[in-house]
Design a binder for this molecule. Structure first.
Ligand SMILES: [Zn+2]
Length: 454
């Protein structure tokens, strides 16, 4: 009996090692194919030049939908389809200007409307500018804030090595600043751009309103001009700011998520999702955010088809609509999970830029996390062996209640926010080999999970 038990254990270990060896061989082939073809970069070049600006509700987004369907078909996916979703439609329009006045001196500030902001009257809104660094400071202003322009100027924490953490520590000024300022009667909001870079480029991004307080206009100001305005405020009293924006919202628009898959040979109802978001801000061409994730996801299917790999479980690419200003695509996709026999065992999102992959951040139960951690050595084939707890992505987040393991590609983070949501986010900032290695890392992980289960 004891001999039989020992034999069984030996067999299990041998089978496990054999599977690891097979994964390793597949991983090497995926890497070699990707680094030979460099197809992710070619696709990203196409997407950013043919669709360009592709914010929800725009003509560019619908061009991107058609482009993605075509490229997924070319990649050899077993099926390609779209699913409808209503999305917001907001446009910044041609005017975004701001001026700071101190006595007779007038300084122009480089600004851009935050996504979702209301516009101003033709002559803009003018008020005394008050600099703050926190919502507590705003609340403490009381009556002084009435009619003022509140200037949120808390910078990124430069001591954070992971710039995503610095972003997380500053971004509430952009997302909720207009609500907090409106509560104390302010007339408008300027927010320091969400970046470590000190330059003259404003960075847009999502902001919210609260129906209980007035909607006041909100704009991002470049970090150079944020520093200049702050110096003006320190140097004198009664500095006023005028803000002019032509932004406006239109009725929601019918749009779509783009989906494609390779059907699993043994467990087709078990899904390993790979994805990113197809929309992008109307600044730059969304090369890193999130054209990179789109190109890498399509490449996962392309590589598998090219190498004749058929996974045991279904590998599905989802290119989500409207991540940037509403998350409607992600919510619509997760809602369908209730009405289907399918089960998403894991979802892998690339939405942190097309930089050199370092690993994956995982939000899952401890057993799944332990199993995923065992792929670290395998993922080193793409230089992406760092598997850490915590992470995922905005688009896959709504799958959490279904027990899906949420996995975010973690690329090198130092440059991401230099470009993020600004005119700097263009193809020339993407390194072809780094982008490709991100796709390889995603393909290796998707393959291993689709073969082994989770
Ligand atoms: Zn993004």
């Amino acid at each position: 009996m004891r001999i039989l038990g020992a034999l069984l254990i030996t067999l299990i270990i041998t089978a496990h090692l054999a599977a690891q060896d097979q994964h390793r061989a597949v991983a090497e082939r995926l890497k070699d194919q990707a680094l030979t073809d460099m197809a992710s970069y070619e696709m990203l070049k196409e997407l950013t030049s043919t669709a360009g600006h592709r914010l929800s509700g725009s003509v560019g987004y619908e061009k991107a939908v058609r482009w993605a369907q075509q490229r997924l078909t070319d990649a050899g996916a077993d099926s390609v389809w779209t699913e409808p979703v209503m999305v917001p439609h907001w446009e910044r329009g041609p005017i975004e200007k701001a001026f700071a006045r101190s006595g007779k001196r007038t300084v122009e500030l480089t600004v851009c409307a935050l996504g979702g902001s209301v516009g101003t009257e033709k002559n803009g809104v003018t008020g005394r500018v008050i600099e703050v660094r926190s919502f507590e400071e705003v609340r403490a202003l009381g009556e002084k804030a009435r009619g003022a322009i509140i200037f949120f100027n808390r910078p990124f924490d430069r001591t954070r090595v992971n710039t995503g953490e610095a972003y997380g520590g500053a971004v509430n000024q952009r997302s909720s600043g207009a609500i907090e300022a409106a509560k104390v009667g302010a007339a408008g909001v300027l927010v320091r751009s969400m970046t470590n870079a000190i330059d003259d480029e404003p960075h847009t991004g999502m902001m919210r309103y609260d129906p209980a307080v007035p909607k006041i206009p909100a704009a991002a100001v470049s970090t150079l001009d944020a520093d200049a305005l702050s110096a003006m405020i320190r140097g004198g009293s009664d500095i006023t700011v005028t803000l002019r924006l032509s932004a406006r919202s239109f009725p929601d628009v019918l749009s779509s998520n783009v989906i494609a898959e390779i059907r699993g040979s043994e467990h087709p109802d078990q899904i390993v999702l790979v994805g990113g978001h197809l929309d992008a801000w109307d600044k730059g061409t969304g090369a890193h955010d999130d054209g990179s994730g789109v190109a890498q996801s399509i490449q996962v299917i392309r590589l598998m088809k090219k190498l004749g790999l058929r996974p045991k479980r279904t590998i599905r690419v989802v290119l989500f609509a409207n991540e940037e200003n509403g998350l409607k695509g992600a919510l619509a996709y997760a809602a369908r999970e209730q009405n289907t026999r399918e089960r998403h065992i894991a979802a892998i999102e690339s939405d942190a830029g097309g930089f050199m992959p370092r690993g994956f951040g995982v939000t899952a139960d401890s057993a799944s996390f332990a199993r995923l951690s065992r792929y670290a050595a395998l993922l080193e084939v793409a230089g992406a062996g760092r598997v850490t707890a915590g992470g995922g992505g905005a688009d896959i987040g709504p799958l959490k209640p279904f027990g899906t393991a949420l996995i975010g590609l973690s690329p090198e983070s130092q440059r991401y926010f230099d470009y993020h949501h600004s005119n700097h986010d263009t193809i020339d900032k993407v390194h072809p080999r780094e982008l490709e290695l991100g796709a390889v890392a995603m393909a290796i992980l998707a393959w291993a999970i689709a073969e082994d289960g989770l």
